[in-house]
Ligand binder design. Structure first.
Ligand code: NAI
Length: 344
């Protein structure tokens, strides 16, 4: 089985080579992202393996089908970069639904603590033998209310971590998890109440038409003054311009962003020697109360190993028996996990 692997980074290869060799899957690594300009590279391959910023739109899907490619193996959970409506019935799309919810939830808490205890400032100061504490005052997490939007795998681990800090949880989910609401420290609520009462808001829902800009100007107006916004899910959940304005007006106290709406132009690459073309990103990064990491939340050894193992299993299962439990399909306007493991 020959798979074209797009948007390769050095940390991808060891685990994919390990699991690929065991299963007889040969990966050809391309550094470029998959898009309309690079799709021809997929010629002669059984499948393509793609990540969050590869573009699997209608054009790319049609061309992959013409080239005889049978499967798109996502090495991630999110699939907002795939036109699932167009793909359905033409090419099979497999994903890794879960690889380490702990990796992402722990990164979210790391960002939160760094931000509110000013660790990013203190680190630079003490490196320069500046031991002054002025301007480093933080606040306790104990007793604070965190609004968690999306209570799936990652959201629930994040809730557990927050409970360890003695925080109260206001949760919102389109499909609430049974048994999570204890009527006291963890309570499901409507979005408006979550916005009005949360000291911190953390996003853990997928990016869909419904959740696009779920944090926008109107939502931010409803929030408490000084609210901390945490986004480790997908960039376009937050209207970055509105966030910037709310930071400038002091409505938002801090923002921790592992993802950014226009991240595919910059994230995962070294732009240190370049002029930053995106004014909003540049302005956000320049703020003392904003921390940006470059879609790093998933990046732990455990997650990389799980991603490679599941992706290879998905490919082998699909290409050998035309069936895979981690296949996605598009039904009645929604992308869903394929229940019977065989979509079409
Ligand atoms: P999951 O599928 O287990 O949970 C998502 C939750 O969001 C579900 O409970 C679902 O009911 C809920 N949801 C769906 N539509 C909603 C809506 N309109 N409003 C509110 N809630 C809604 O997914 P998981 O594994 O917890 O991942 C969550 C997200 O985290 C992924 O969609 C992905 O975008 C992001 N992610 C980010 C990573 C990173 O490195 N920064 C790595 C992995 C995932």
């Amino acid at each position: 089985m020959k798979i074209a692997f797009f948007d390769t980074k050095p940390y991808d290869k060891p685990s994919f080579d390990k699991y690929g060799e065991k299963a007889g899957v040969e990966f050809k690594y391309f550094e470029t992202k998959l898009n309309k300009d690079t799709v021809e590279l997929a010629q002669g391959f059984d499948g393509v393996c793609v990540f969050v910023n590869d573009t699997v739109d209608a054009y790319v899907i049609d061309r992959l089908v013409e080239l005889g490619v049978k499967v798109v193996a996502l090495r991630c959970a999110g699939f907002n970069n795939v036109d699932m409506k167009h793909a359905f019935g033409k090419i099979h799309v497999l994903r890794v639904p879960a690889y380490s919810p702990y990796a992402v939830a722990e990164h979210a808490m790391a960002l939160l603590l760094t931000s509110i205890r000013r660790i990013h400032k203190a680190y630079i100061r003490t490196k320069d033998f500046n031991f002054s504490l002025s301007g480093l005052t933080g606040f306790d997490l104990y007793g604070k209310t965190v609004g968690v939007i999306g209570t799936g795998r990652i959201g629930r681990v994040f809730i557990d971590i927050c409970r360890g800090f003695g925080m109260k949880i206001l949760a919102y989910d389109k499909f609430p998890s049974e048994g999570l609401d204890n009527g006291d420290t963890i309570r499901y609520t409507e979005l408006d109440e979550l916005f009005e009462k949360s000291d911190i808001i953390s996003l853990h829902c997928p990016l869909t038409e419904e959740t696009h800009h779920i944090i926008d100007k109107k939502a931010l107006e409803k929030c408490k003054k000084g609210v901390v916004i945490l986004n480790t899910s997908r960039g376009a959940l937050v209207d970055a311009e509105a966030l910037l304005e709310a930071i400038k007006s002091r409505k938002v106290g801090a923002a921790c962003l592992d993802v950014y709406e226009e991240e595919s132009d910059f994230f995962f690459e070294d732009y240190s020697g370049h002029i930053m073309e995106d004014d909003t990103l540049a302005r956000l990064i320049s703020m003392p109360n904003v921390i940006v990491t470059s879609h790093q939340a998933f990046l732990t050894e455990e997650a990389l190993s799980n991603i490679a193992e599941t992706t290879v299993n998905n490919i082998v299962q699909y290409l050998s028996v035309s069936q895979c439990p981690n296949e996605l399909c598009y039904r009645s306007g929604n992308t869903v996990d394929c229940k019977d493991g065989k979509c079409f």
